[in-house]
Design a protein around this ligand. Sequence first.
Ligand SMILES: Nc1ncnc2c1ncn2[C@@H]1O[C@H](COP(=O)(O)OP(=O)(O)OP(=O)(O)O)[C@@H](O)[C@H]1O
Length: 575
Amino acid sequence: MITVPDTGAGRAVARAWLIPGSRGRLALAVAAGAVAELAAVALIACAAWLITRAAQQPPLAALSVAIVAVRAFATTRGVFRYGERLTGHDVALRAQAATRQRLYEALIPAGVLRRRGADLLSRMVDDTDAAQDLLVRCLLPFAAALVTGLTVVALGFVLLPAAGLAMLAGLGAAGVLVPAATAAVARRWSAAIAPARAELAERVADLVHGAADLAAYGAGDGAVRAAAEADRRLAALERRRTRAHALTAAVGVLLQGVTVVMVVLAAQAAGIGEVTTAVLALTALVSFETVLPLAAAGERLPGILGALSRLREVGDTPPAVRAPERPAPAPSGPMTVEVDDLVVRHAPDRPAALDGVSLTLAPGRRVAVVGPSGAGKSTLISALMRFVDPESGTITLGGTDIRELSPDDVRERVTGLTQDPYVFSASLRDNLRLAGPGADDAALGEALRRARLDRWAERVGWDTPLGEDGRTLSGGQLQRLALARALLCAPPVLVLDEPAEALDEETADALMADLLDATHGHTTLLVTHRLRGLDQVDEILVLENGRITQRGPHAVLAAEPGYYRDLWRSEALTR
Ligand SMILES: Nc1ncnc2c1ncn2[C@@H]1O[C@H](COP(=O)(O)OP(=O)(O)OP(=O)(O)O)[C@@H](O)[C@H]1O
């Protein structure tokens, strides 16, 4: 369920996210826009005077100043319009870039967001466009219309107060009441349209990402129908909104016509002559050209403020872990990881995922963690890499509590093969270089050799694209590539989360054997479901329901009653 955006929050974001740093440029754009509009009005006023005066056939000299003025105003209008577009778009694009950057920075440490990927993507793309629209479509037109409107009304009062009054009424209604009405209409419709658009985006994302599963279970037609239905609902809402918008736009044009008629009637009643009448009438007519677009600005404004408040919601999502204000110096060289009485809870109302876990991982030692699904193995790795903070207990790295270190420093030192490794749509070489940007071909080759991927690499070539999400790789090759990356990165503490996950028996056994060979002498924490080969590690921890229930070397655990012996026996039976 998408909540209706709170526009007060949107205004706050507009101030906080967009304006700082661009005030000078913004003022320049506003000034250039106002001068361009004034020049446009003055151009029409002068042209009106020139044409009607010329019709009276005066000596040419009487017209020469007006001729020059028309040229001057035409040039001024063009030059300042160009300046306004240049500075206005410069400010707007800077604001948009700054908004995207802020959003991105807010997303990196964010905790669990309530929104799904498609909605988040639309925030990254559509909502950040709001930053640009706020300035280009709302703020600049409003400032230009205000300056032009006030000047024209003042001119009207000077020439003929009754005409000035008619202009004030007409421009005021078109510049304030009509945009307010369009804003109210838009607010009403965007409350209905935003969830409809989010629903369509999510359904389309499901269709694209879940295409294979939908096809496999014959659910494709139903999903397409649901997406088409969401599309129809959105289109119907958009149509109704467009009708309401057209109606308010028509009211604006009507006000323009009525104002010109009133001005002409007032001028005729006052008998001020046809030249002044023409000047007043055409000035009134053209002054609406700057005011009428405000209806569109009013229509866009609630959507913009809503988008900005959605951005703030992302920015306000509490980070999963807090970086210290002044991080302690990061430890270097071989380092011991000490976990002491660790309690981790993913949410206050959930049972602890880790409950009193203690372990020591000394330099060069390898510790394996085994346990049933949901026991807390991945949570332990998340805590070690500081993706989640403990409720109580400590983790120290080289003697320093990791909460005192910058999370990036921790993740540079404790990393490796995480669950579900991602393969980029790039070559094998580039996918490897991710873990070692400065590595030469010899180092890349060595990592591939240790992960037993070298022969395959020679066959397919180092520069062949691996396809989106590694589509050209088998499950085993993908895990080996991820292992090669981890070995290339060679962090002080290597973590390997279920490296043989989702592989067939034979491939998994081969991968585990190679992995145990490759990590010999390297400080390693290995989370695994498979026990084969664990006789090579220094210590095995059995984690059940967040607690360590057994610990020791393979030979001891395989002999004592418990989860490990049961699993070891059932593995032996399946061979
Ligand atoms: N982000 C999360 N929010 C809430 N609960 C979570 C979250 N991540 C894990 N949990 C819960 O914490 C417990 C431990 O999960 P964890 O993923 O650490 O188990 P695991 O041993 O790695 O399981 P598996 O072997 O299936 O990967 C589970 O009950 C799980 O539902």
